[in-house]
Design a protein around this ligand. Structure first.
Ligand SMILES: Nc1ncnc2c1ncn2[C@@H]1O[C@H](COP(=O)(O)OP(=O)(O)O)[C@@H](O)[C@H]1O
Ligand SMILES: O=P(O)(O)OC[C@H](O)CO
Length: 496
């Protein structure tokens, strides 16, 4: 194997499944993608057909290899990155899921969380897992599947069933059921892992009534866990990297030093700050999570999640119908000097970090007869920056030193106007990399690290390239006035 051998990444996201062939410098040689249908069986419920995901993975891998003109035998390794927390339980004998996957957004287990909270379980969960007791994470989703699928509890007790997040399910399928593993970053999102030791926690397993036999083995984020069946793509390619998508993006941004922060702007926004080898407990309702595990050593991160970022731009397009394409918002925002005091708080599905107010709903405040589409479009974009500022303030209040810069990626990060406004509001340089497929790139870096394509983290960091730097240039008084207005607008939508 030469060090310029390509890497194959499977990026299994909430709304699509993609495969990308990367050269060692992060150059994209071939891409294939399939949209994933969302299943909404009841209000607040979201499911995926896990077998459909598996079929799509096979199809996109074949198509990406063909698009790149790469034979499977040339590929140095496979990296898998995935939507996190989404829960699959399958039969070990047949490999068939016992039910649709329950997606991270699904709220059906809110009452289970409430009952556990009343029993005083929240502190144990926070201490061991770094997470909040919330339906977002896998544990209560597994419990729901075991109690609602007929016979599942007995089958699980007999060791006939397996649980996994999407990474785990895909490795099982790719290896023909030989490997039942998950990496530490995905394991950290189940609410069953003691993030300090990197091991499943027996007390939490009892709390959620999850039998031990269900659980995968926790492995490093970089390292060969097995090989895909040769009949799938024409060669037994090593599966060499696994990571949840937000952690993979952090790795793809080469945010290796403690204090470095990345923020990914897609439908929502996820900001992660590297805290080094110490899991920092948040006093500001951020999550503590594993950023990656290499050679058994864990690096930790503080994470803030915003539910609506690009989704608000989609709402301008599909809900209000005032734009035809997301990119039009940039010209609209530039048409006016300011929003004229208008703020849009996009709490369409409640507010995430640091507020965690599920009952809050969206609002546009401060409108006058002079308010038009440009002001509302601009306020929608400005909200992305204000929400990021709230996350950064929470991180700094939790003891993270003010970072030197914010590294950004994701679909919305192509909007130059937002990125400049972000730099101004954060009073921080904003760096956009030349490869914006940062999530997939991170999985390629992990697989390449395992396979000797990269020597070490310094070698990986050397491949990261900045495309553009946005320097803050706003007068402090203006920043303070704008942020003060945002704080008032948020207070108007909070329910408690
Ligand atoms: N030029 C742009 N300006 C503002 N928002 C944009 C722009 N281009 C894309 N978006 C937004 O970015 C999001 C898509 O980003 P992407 O990273 O593909 O999201 P996801 O992976 O969550 O589906 C959409 O919500 C879209 O509205
Ligand atoms: O697939 P995405 O990009 O929507 O990411 C989902 C996150 O991993 C949820 O925690």
């Amino acid at each position: 194997m030469t060090s310029d051998a390509p890497l194959l990444v499977i990026d299994q996201g909430t709304t699509s499944t993609r495969a990308i062939i990367f050269g060692p410098d992060g150059d994209v040689r071939g891409v294939a993608q399939r949209e994933l249908p969302q299943i909404y069986p009841a209000p607040g419920w979201v499911e995926h057909d896990a077998m459909r995901i598996w079929q799509d993975v096979q199809a996109v891998v074949r198509d990406a290899l063909a698009a790149a003109g790469t034979a499977a035998a040339e590929v140095a390794g496979i990296g898998i990155t995935n939507q996190r927390e989404t829960t699959v339980v399958w039969d070990r004998a047949t490999g068939q899921p016992i039910h649709n996957a329950i997606v991270w957004q699904d709220r059906r287990t809110a009452s289970i969380c409430e009952q556990l909270r009343q029993k005083g379980a929240e502190e144990l969960v926070r201490q061991r897992t770094g997470l909040l007791l919330d339906p977002y994470f896998s544990a209560t989703k597994i419990a729901w599947l075991l109690t609602h699928v007929p016979g599942a509890e007995d089958r699980a007790a007999r060791g006939e069933l397996a649980f996994g997040t999407i990474d785990s399910f895909l490795v099982w399928k790719l290896t023909g059921g030989r490997c039942h593993v998950t990496d530490a970053t995905n394991a950290a999102r189940t609410m069953l892992l003691d993030i300090r030791t990197g091991r499943w926690d027996p007390e939490l397993q009892r709390l959620f009534a999850i039998p031990r036999g269900l659980m995968p083995t926790v492995v490093d984020s970089a390292g060969v866990v097995g090989h895909c069946l040769p009949e799938l793509f024409g060669a037994a390619i090593p599966i060499a990297g696994l990571a949840g998508d937000q952690q993979a993006a952090t790795f793809g941004q080469a945010a290796f030093a403690p204090g470095m922060v990345k923020s990914t702007y897609g439908t929502g926004c996820f900001a992660l700050a590297n805290t080094g080898e110490i899991p920092v407990r948040s006093e500001n309702r951020l999550l503590t999570t594993i950023a990656w595990q290499l050679d058994g050593r864990r690096t930790y991160a503080l994470e803030g999640a915003i539910f609506v970022a690009g989704a608000a731009v989609q709402w301008l397009r599909d809900g209000l119908g005032v734009i035809g394409q997301a990119a039009e918002t940039e010209a609209l925002a530039r048409q006016v000097e300011d929003t004229g005091g208008v703020y849009l708080v996009p709490a369409f599905t409640g507010l995430g970090a640091p507020w965690w107010d599920p009952e809050a709903r969206g609002a546009i405040v401060g409108m006058t007869r002079a308010t038009g589409v440009p002001q509302i479009a601009r306020a929608t974009l400005e909200a992305v920056a204000y929400q990021t500022r709230d996350l950064m303030d929470a991180m700094i209040a939790d003891g993270i030193p003010t970072p030197q810069a914010l590294r950004v990626d994701g679909g919305l990060s192509v909007n130059d106007w937002v990125m400049q406004f972000m730099a101004d509001i954060l009073d921080l340089p904003v760096e956009r990399p030349s490869v914006t497929e940062t999530t997939a790139l991170g999985a390629a870096f992990l697989a390449g690290l395992a396979q000797g394509v990269y020597r070490d983290l310094d070698d990986v960091a050397g491949r990261w390239q900045r495309e553009r730097l946005f320097e803050p240039s706003m007068a402090p008084e203006r920043r303070e006035a704008l942020c003060g207005g945002w704080d008032i607008a948020v207070r108007r939508v909070l329910t408690s």
